[in-house]
Design a protein around this ligand. Structure first.
Ligand code: ZN
Length: 232
């Protein structure tokens, strides 16, 4: 008598043996799924266990069928791996997947944002102690609106060129030299951050009095809070 665990292990082994044999025959993913009678997810688990990457579906010598949108596109429409092979999902679908994920999962977006800021802080040698939770907290406190303009913040990747990213969320250091530390960070639109640039508080007070008023209010409410937290 074999236990349930042994039965599953045997089934796994059998599936892996079949997939490996088909892989060596240059079979595509859809052909493997038909042969094994398994779902896309199951096949993906098997290939992961085996450490193999399924071949991209070539329609002709320079046309690939994207595994997500199923459109046949020129090979230039696909990103390449470091070893020079085209991905099985087209550029458009890769991009969509990334941005959709960020929009529907703020936590993922804030983690991504933190990784971006961390690199910038290192480059500019400014203090950096905030976490994605600080960003999430700020976002909630600002009710998803720009700190300076009250415009709705868009949670998406800020890509260069073409795209309009003026209302995309940007992390602003209230006092630029103060760095990315809790109490010195607010969220604003990319446009507002571009306008503010690296202005000192004195310059903001003189040129953007409305924004200065908001900063003063923020410092009273939050900065005191943060310093109290640091002190004890
Ligand atoms: Zn596609």
């Amino acid at each position: 008598m074999s236990t349930a665990k042994e039965v599953i292990a045997a089934r796994y082994q059998e599936q892996e043996r079949l997939v490996l044999a088909l892989y060596k025959q240059d079979k595509r993913g859809d052909e493997m799924r038909a042969a094994l009678g398994v779902s896309r997810g199951t096949l993906s688990n098997i290939t992961k266990r085996l450490g193999i990457r399924l071949r991209t579906t070539w329609v002709s010598t320079d046309q690939i069928r994207c595994r997500t949108c199923f459109e046949a596109k020129h090979r230039d429409e696909f990103y390449k791996t470091t070893s020079g092979h085209e991905y099985s999902r087209c550029k458009r679908c890769c991009g969509k997947r990334f941005t959709t994920g960020l929009n529907t999962a703020p936590e993922r977006f804030f983690k991504y944002k933190i990784s971006e800021i961390k690199a910038a802080a290192k480059r500019k040698s400014v203090p950096f102690t905030i976490t994605h939770l600080d960003l999430a907290e700020r976002y909630a406190a600002q009710r998803g609106l720009c700190f300076y303009t009250d415009d709705t913040l868009e949670l998406r990747q800020h890509t260069k060129g073409g795209d309009n990213f003026r209302s995309v969320l940007s992390v602003d250091k209230v006092v630029p030299s103060g760095g990315y530390v809790p109490g010195n960070v607010v969220l604003c639109t990319h446009l507002a951050n571009t306008v503010k640039n690296d202005l000192t508080l004195a310059q903001i007070a003189a040129w953007l009095p409305g924004w200065y008023e908001r900063i003063q209010k923020f410092e009273l409410e939050d900065f005191v809070d943060a310093t109290a937290k640091l002190a004890g």
